[in-house]
Write a protein that binds this ligand. Structure first.
Ligand SMILES: [Zn+2]
Length: 91
């Protein structure tokens, strides 16, 4: 069974939202737009990075996030906000 959590980093470590989201899209509701957030999959008891298919879900869903629209540059070109990542940023 796989579920998804939103994670973000604070000065003292990595936090997750603590939910068991059934989809990447659902977990994205817990992302903090400017908080260096990312989504992790909880797969058989292990937190892992998103796979390619899940990352596509992430990108597709990102367009529909209300905070994404606010962050969007004018024009129809879609860009990923630089502070929101599907992957944890390297230290
Ligand atoms: Zn959550």
């Amino acid at each position: 069974m796989i579920f998804y959590v939103a994670c973000w980093t604070e000065d003292d470590g990595v936090y997750s939202c603590g939910h068991s989201h059934q989809s990447v899209r659902d977990a994205m509701n817990c992302l903090v737009p400017d908080g260096g957030s990312f989504i992790r999959a909880h797969d058989n008891g292990l937190l892992r990075s998103l796979n390619n298919r899940e990352f596509i879900d992430f990108l597709e869903s990102l367009k529909e996030m209300p905070w994404s629209w606010r962050n969007k540059a004018q024009g129809c070109e879609f860009t990923v906000p630089p502070t929101v990542n599907a992957e944890e940023e390297p230290p």
